[in-house]
Design a protein around this ligand. Structure first.
Ligand code: SAH
Length: 215
């Protein structure tokens, strides 16, 4: 799986602006047991470089995309990171290895509860869970050094930009539900000015937006 990620990173270097991901990101990818996050009948495919279904119409993301989004976020050991879309908790586990604290929000109650149980069982302790609509972020713990959204939004939710610390980074897929989507990187500089760039085309499940809460 690590080899596939490295190969794909080299293959997409023009788009992602780097030859390889940070060694500590690859280390986290090596250490988190992906097979513990996929359904029992999918164990055989746990280390293939592709997404897999996790129930409730949701997926565990492709390992290369998890590595790419983590690398773009540039998590540091003292960072507090907000994740929208806990899903099975795989991306959450990767982030928990790389930063001080992860705040993660999931709109589907069963998935959020299952991820919290799973991560607790696996011994990840620096994570706080919330079941709710992450379109509004999680204001209680803002501002965050980094924010990652693992579902595709039609636009960048304003609350997430507000909840980003100066000098922070926001990684989010933006586009049509089940249609054309781009991974975007937003950076808020020390003066609070926000700039953004498009990284590459992606395929994510849709983000539940304002007023469409499933819980
Ligand atoms: N991060 C996961 C991928 C999750 S798939 C991984 O590591 O593989 C996207 C998740 O986002 C789904 O579980 C979906 O239910 C959730 N989601 C969609 N809209 C949301 C919203 N508005 N707030 C919080 N979670 C949301």
């Amino acid at each position: 799986m690590l080899h596939d990620i490295e190969t794909e990173a080299r293959y997409t270097r023009e788009l992602i602006g780097r030859e390889a991901f940070a060694p500590r990101v690859m280390q986290a990818m090596a250490e988190v047991p992906r097979e513990k996050f996929v359904p029992p009948n999918m164990q055989g495919a746990a280390f293939e470089n592709g997404p897999l279904p996790i129930g409730h119409g949701q997926t565990i993301s492709q390992p290369y995309i998890v590595a790419l989004m983590t690398d773009l976020l540039e998590p540091a050991a003292d960072h507090r990171i907000l994740e929208i879309g806990t899903g099975c908790g795989y991306q959450t586990a990767i982030l928990s290895r790389l930063c001080a604290r992860v705040y993660t929000v999931e709109v589907v109650r069963e998935l959020g509860a299952a991820a919290a149980d799973r991560l607790q069982l696996l011994g990840y302790r620096n994570i706080e869970f919330l079941v709710g609509n992450g379109y509004a972020g999680w204001p209680d713990h803002a501002p965050y050094d980094g924010i990652i959204v693992t579902a595709a939004a039609s636009h960048v939710p304003p609350a997430l930009v507000e909840q980003l610390e100066h000098g922070g980074r926001l990684v989010i897929p933006v586009g049509e539900p089940y249609g054309y989507q781009n991974l975007m990187l937003l950076e808020k500089d020390e003066q609070g000015e926000v700039s953004s760039r498009t990284i590459l085309g992606v395929a994510f499940v849709p983000l539940v937006e304002a007023g469409h809460d499933k819980t």
